[in-house]
Design a protein around this ligand. Structure first.
Ligand code: NAD
Length: 484
């Protein structure tokens, strides 16, 4: 009688995974829980030697992994999904502590992770035959690159990494995951689970300080860097990759506009827009970050969005009713303090929230007050820059052409949406928006088999879906003459 494999692992110790071995480093570090500021567990600090060992194991593993069929590689991925699912509750608890996610938010991240884990193995690279006649055949096919590296930020420590890992492996590459120094733990656990599924060297994880990323982007044995993070770091990654002509995918910042037309059902649209602006306390690349409301409904919309946002509860990782969690780390918390301090300096009008009191905090945790700015000037930093926190401007518009111009004025172009009962009108407007994802009557709508990525300075290339899978390959032109 066969028994189900035991995929459960302990969630109390955290190691690098190199060549399927749990590996110590000479020095270790701890991050803090964003809800309590208590130190969490020791985690590795990888150095050049660790990088060299991982790249060498990944290069060796690539030779046999690339030879497996896509179907066989997909079977590994399906087993991996089962193994992640067996540890799902532990991941939810861990994301609560390391990423500052209240249980609902941590469960939402695991829902996204499982969606990617279940759907990605269904994708396949396809061949195209632009020429196929009696004399010759020309095939365009996709071949894997080699050793891939995923560099991941702290806001969705698992989702944003697994959306790189699985297509990379399915396409026949091997993969090294570098988590953010602020959230190293969940990725290390995922790689530990991987040791139960994959051959050595296929999936590895290295954790460390911000000095680790440059070691990986410079390494001549790495074929591709898939990076998610800030625009500033993305530019450094691209520059570093130029010296070895590594392939790069960049998923960078966003400053998404939502354009609300005069004919919407205010209550139902406000409920959705408030959620999409503030979910994960505004720390999502695709949060709505500028809300443009038609002037004829502006006052009622603003009143309703304030009332809805007030109902969202704030709490830490144990609070099952909390919607707003803390800011994930002190660096981002301090950046936001500077942002909020402009409210009085720039005389922005607040409809909700405002600057936190300058006196020392009474409670622990990196919490910031949910804040709505009422119609600030179009050139103010709250409109122009990405705050990455629970603060959002609501702005008035009157003319369709003008609001599209204002939405497109950003150097960023990640996502943008138009909301109207008149769907053809909304589509006509949406199709003029300069962004990697455009939506009508929704925002931040994603699926593992649909690609996402940014235009302009929001990125280069796309993750997920067929486009994401092909991004882990070199296209190859393959000519066959039928007479020898
Ligand atoms: P960040 O750029 O500071 O760090 C991202 C990752 O890069 C981390 O793992 C970090 O250790 C690493 N890193 C730092 N310096 C490096 C270097 N010189 N070379 C290589 N790697 C280096 O970003 P963050 O603060 O972790 O994340 C927040 C930002 O990410 C926001 O701007 C947000 O909009 C963006 N983001 C984008 C997406 C997207 O899909 N477009 C998703 C989530 C977050």
């Amino acid at each position: 009688m066969s028994t189900a494999p035991d995929y459960k692992i302990p969630f109390t110790t955290f190691y690098n995974v190199i060549n399927n071995e749990l590996t110590d480093t000479v020095t270790t570090r701890r991050t803090v829980c964003p809800s309590t500021e208590e130190p969490l567990w020791e985690s590795p600090v990888s150095d050049e030697e660790d990088v060299n060992r991982a790249v060498s194991a990944a290069s060796q593993a690539f030779q046999s992994w690339r030879k497996l069929s896509q179907d066989v590689r997909a079977e590994y991925l399906i087993k991996f999904a089962d193994a992640i699912e067996a540890n799902q509750q532990d991941f939810i608890n861990l994301l609560g502590k390391e990423a500052g996610k209240p249980p609902q938010a941590a469960a939402f991240e695991m829902y996204l992770v499982m969606g990617i884990a279940r759907e990605t193995p269904k994708l396949r690279l396809k061949e195209d035959k632009p020429i196929d006649d009696t004399e010759r055949t020309a095939i365009v096919r996709y071949v894997p690159l080699g050793v891939g590296v995923g560099i991941v930020p702290w806001n969705f420590p698992l989702t944003l990494g697994i959306g790189k890992l699985l297509p990379a492996l399915l396409a026949g590459n091997t993969f090294i995951w570098k988590p953010s120094p602020y959230t190293p733990y969940s990725a290390l656990k995922l790689a530990e689970i991987g040791t139960k599924i994959f051959p050595p060297g296929v999936f590895q994880a290295l954790s460390g300080e911000d000095t680790l990323g440059p070691l990986l982007t410079a390494h001549p044995g790495v074929a591709k860097i898939s990076f998610t993070g800030s625009v500033e770091t993305g530019k450094k990654v691209m520059a570093a990759c130029a010296s070895t002509l590594k392939r790069v995918t960049l998923e960078l910042g966003g400053n998404d506009a939502a354009i609300i037309c005069d004919d919407v059902d205010i209550d139902s649209v406000v409920a959705k827009v408030a959620f999409l602006a503030f979910v994960h306390s505004g720390q999502i690349c695709m949060n709505i970050k500028r809300i443009y409301v038609h002037e004829s409904i502006y006052d009622s919309f603003l009143t309703a969005v304030v009332a809805t946002t007030k109902q969202f509860k704030t709490g830490g990782y144990t609070d099952s009713e909390a919607f707003f969690g803390p800011i994930q780390n002190r660096m981002q918390y301090e950046k936001l303090q500077k942002f909020y301090s402009q409210i009085s300096r720039e005389s922005w009008k607040t409809a909700l929230g405002g600057e936190p009191s300058p006196s020392p905090k009474q409670e622990n945790g990196f919490f910031m007050p949910p804040t709505i700015i009422d119609n600030p000037p179009e050139d103010s930093s709250i409109v122009v820059d990405e705050p990455f926190g629970p603060i959002v401007p609501v702005l008035k518009w009157t003319d369709e052409e003008d609001v599209i111009k204002r939405a497109n004025a950003s150097r960023l172009g990640l996502g943008a949406s138009v909301w109207s009962k008149d769907v053809p009108r909304a589509q006509r407007m949406a199709e003029q928006l300069e962004a990697g994802s455009i939506w009508v009557n929704t925002h931040f709508e994603l699926a593992p088999n649909v690609p996402f990525g940014g235009h302009k300075e929001s990125g280069l290339g796309m993750d997920w879906g067929q486009v994401g899978l092909e991004g882990w390959c070199n296209p190859q032109a393959y000519w066959v003459k039928h007479s020898g």
